[in-house]
Design a binder for this molecule. Structure first.
Ligand SMILES: [Zn+2]
Length: 243
């Protein structure tokens, strides 16, 4: 899925004190951080802390993601950040708002941002945790391990296959060939008649005869099956007109 990024205007960002842009050709890395603060902290509050507490020119990160997987524009795609010394020009950055144990929704959003950054850069950016390039506890052991593992995501649980009564029926039917006798041969006999097969005049309806075999081979030919004249799991559905 694609994400709508909450713009600076929409979260009520203050104007940056200064702003330096980079080109995508200068971007080679993608950094994952965490804010190590409460997961309820607003982007506005984080920006205020970076502006007024740290004296930075703006919120430090290029993007922020909350526990619901909402993506907020920090400095934005092609702006030099303040998130990792010596890597603010080369590195795009995202911070998870909270500790080092993001929700699956947040992980999905972070992984999407990484893919989107690589797509915009036109190449796969090197994926890093803050701790890979700076002596810091950020983004914490669990988030760092997830990043180092290549950001694996839980795939949706596969839906159980819906019950198919025709499949269940076919599984119960015996494989029949020339010479076989019995009740199910009658089924083949009358299904062939029902399919307007005219070669059964005078044929015994309880024995699988050469005439039955020829009729089955005709159906198999029309269905693109091997023409062995044997009524098995592939031919039964054709005979029953459920395939
Ligand atoms: Zn960090």
């Amino acid at each position: 899925m694609a994400y709508a990024i909450i713009s600076r205007k929409n979260w009520g960002a203050r104007a940056p004190r200064s702003r330096y842009t980079v080109t995508w050709s200068q971007r080679t890395e993608f950094f994952v951080h965490h804010t190590a603060g409460p997961k309820t902290q607003t982007v506005k509050a984080i920006q205020a802390y970076h502006l007024d507490g740290n004296g930075w020119s703006d919120v430090g990160y290029n993007f922020l993601v909350d526990e619901l997987g909402t993506i907020y524009e920090g400095r934005g795609w092609c702006v030099v950040g303040a998130h990792c010394p010596d890597h603010n020009t080369s590195g795009e950055s995202v911070a998870y708002i909270g500790d080092d144990n993001p929700t699956e929704a947040a992980k999905q959003a972070i992984a999407w941002l990484y893919g989107e950054a690589s797509r915009r850069a036109g190449r796969t950016l090197r994926l890093l945790g803050h701790g890979d390039r700076y002596a810091t506890d950020c983004p914490g052991p669990r988030l760092q391990a997830w990043v180092n593992a290549g950001m694996p995501l839980k795939t949706a649980t596969p839906k159980p296959k819906p019950f198919d009564p025709s499949e269940a029926l076919v599984k119960k039917l015996p494989t029949l060939r020339k010479g076989d006798k019995g009740w199910h041969v009658k089924t083949v006999h009358y299904l062939l008649l029902a399919r307007d097969y005219g070669g059964l005049d005078g044929a015994d309806d309880t024995t699988f005869t050469e005439a039955h075999k020829a009729g089955v081979q005709g159906l198999q030919a029309a269905a693109g099956l091997k023409q062995d004249g044997v009524v098995g799991p592939l031919t039964w559905p054709v005979l029953l007109r459920i395939a």
